[in-house]
Design a protein around this ligand. Sequence first.
Ligand code: ATP
Ligand code: MG
Length: 508
Amino acid sequence: MGFMGDLWAQLGSIMATFLFVYTMSERFVPPLFLAYLRKYTHKISNFLYPYIRIHFYEFTGERFFKRSQAFTTIQTYLSANSFQRAKSFKAEVVKDSQTPLLTMAENEETTDEFQGVKLWWSSSTIQPNQQSFSFYPTSNEKRFLTLTFHKRYRDLITGSYLKHVLDEGKAIALKNRQLKLYTNNPSSGWYDYKSTKWSHTIFEHPSTFETLAMEPKKKQEILNDLVKFQNGKEYYAKIGKAWKRGYLLYGPPGTGKSSMIAAMANFLNYDIYDLELTAVKENAELRKLFIETSNKSIMVIEDIDCSLDLTGQRKKKQKKDDDDTEAKDPITKKAEEEENKGSKVTLSGLLNCIDGIWSACGGERIIIFTTNFVDKLDPALIRRGRMDKHIELSYCCFEAFKVLAKNYLGVEFHELFPKIEKLLEETNMAPADVAENVMPKSIDEDVHTCLQNLINALELTKEEAKKKAEEEEKGLKVEKEKEEYAQQEVKANGKSGEDVEENGSTIE
Ligand SMILES: Nc1ncnc2c1ncn2[C@@H]1O[C@H](COP(=O)(O)OP(=O)(O)OP(=O)(O)O)[C@@H](O)[C@H]1O
Ligand SMILES: [Mg+2]
């Protein structure tokens, strides 16, 4: 840093002298001669300052909306490589609160070497023009990193070195990567350029595919699918398809849909974006949210059937058009206006984000919908190509129970297993309920007691289901009888009616 600082100070005064001479000459020297002078001034300044500088800003894009990935990656690279040379760092705690991650502090400089070539990196901040004085740092500071190198190495640096920095930075980031769980912020707070559309917290869900209770064959199939997707960069490029995949998880409550999403994130090492659709006001906002997501991520829309009236919206609109001609009373009108004030995200807006042109910004993304009622969804939403794989998570089978027994009780076999197997075949119980029944409730409960608790619960559920079925059958029987009775009455009345008519005509 000392070397560069001195060099620039000397160069500064030489440049100032040149500028002075140049300005004076503009007044007294003829234009032709001035053109020559300009050419040589440029050559001399190039000779005296033969360095190239490249700036990497923290926020890029129009109006600096988007956080630059290059900035973050370079920062990661520098934090790993400049520890010996820079003197001032900012510390940030990462994975499992082990050693903190150090990034170069503002206005700090460090050197790097690549294939025998020396380069300089510095970090700087531009303070915004402020009207009022404040003791506190402002949130509108613009940070950037500057790379300085001799122009002789232009090709080497812009070609190989920058690629090396970005690749290595990415690899380090992946190693230190801590999964994040993002949720969308209400759009009312989006308008500060630095404020983000997503808030995040550290994602530390313990669910994995080992702890997930389901048929081993089905589990393996899903794992294979995920691995194929993750390694499919070239394949997707070859077939001309955006590198993304949609999963629809459906099944009754407590069958492991959310647990499976967590297991997928842990398996793939992807962040989760939990999209709360009801907080999104319109399609344009939805698009902005999709753009702000990063690669290697899973976008989740839970309970899609409840999030929005996506299924009914098109029908409703049609109906509304029909109704428009009719006059509406003020109360109905007001209720409709209130309804429209909420989310205006439409089915086509959502479909457009999933597989329209917007989905092409970035790859390696998974989108997951969950629902308890698959039949309620619009077929357009879940057709293959959008939701490529439909996964049904169902009631607990014996294979799934064995996973739970191993996880919760540490047993792979027990004399009560055959009885449980039989009961599970005859009963519908969600894995969440099986898990709850199997879990020891106190330190005195041993494996046998826990399994017996499950058997009791299964027998109770079986009994209840039997009663319910009987009642339903009874209800159906009564309904049928009523219907038959009504039909007989109609028949009888019809006959007597005919008689009356006949009689009537005879009387006449
Ligand atoms: N297949 C499963 N394997 C392991 N644990 C499970 C499974 N299903 C449910 N559980 C347990 O039950 C709890 C609830 O499950 P989860 O939240 O994944 O269900 P869900 O299908 O998302 O339910 P909902 O439809 O109500 O959102 C989990 O915390 C987990 O402990
Ligand atoms: Mg769930």
